[in-house]
Design a protein around this ligand. Structure first.
Ligand SMILES: [Zn+2]
Length: 114
């Protein structure tokens, strides 16, 4: 399951940041999860709860912000947010679009216990 490897690299990132800031632990981990990132939030939360016990994140709360897809249309120049996996511009129905956001997963914020 690829959520497990995502969580493992996330934990590494958290541990490195905690060490760097001399923190005792981590209180909260906030993630942005694009709907096209391929990450399943429920599986990610489950993997997080499993792995955190052994790490600096053992008391951390996980916040997941789901990022809708943001499409920029090259035909009608509208920028729209959609909650489904599509590349069709909702304004004009064309498919000449660019994906501006919603494809990646990233760490937004970490609250450290210092
Ligand atoms: Zn359009």
């Amino acid at each position: 399951m690829h959520e497990y490897s995502i969580v493992m690299s996330l934990m590494d990132q958290c541990e490195a940041l905690a060490l760097q800031h001399n923190a005792k632990g981590i209180e909260q981990v906030e993630l942005k999860i694009g709907i096209l990132s391929g990450v399943e939030p429920a599986l990610l939360a489950q993997a997080f709860d499993t792995f955190k016990l052994e790490t600096v994140c053992n008391d951390a709360k996980l916040i997941m912000n789901i990022q809708p897809l943001v499409l920029q249309c090259r035909d009608c120049e509208q920028q729209t947010q959609v909650n489904e996996r599509t590349i069709i511009c909702p304004a004009c129905g064309g498919n000449n679009t660019l994906v501006m956001d919603g494809e990646d997963m990233m760490l937004m914020q970490l609250i450290l216990d210092t």
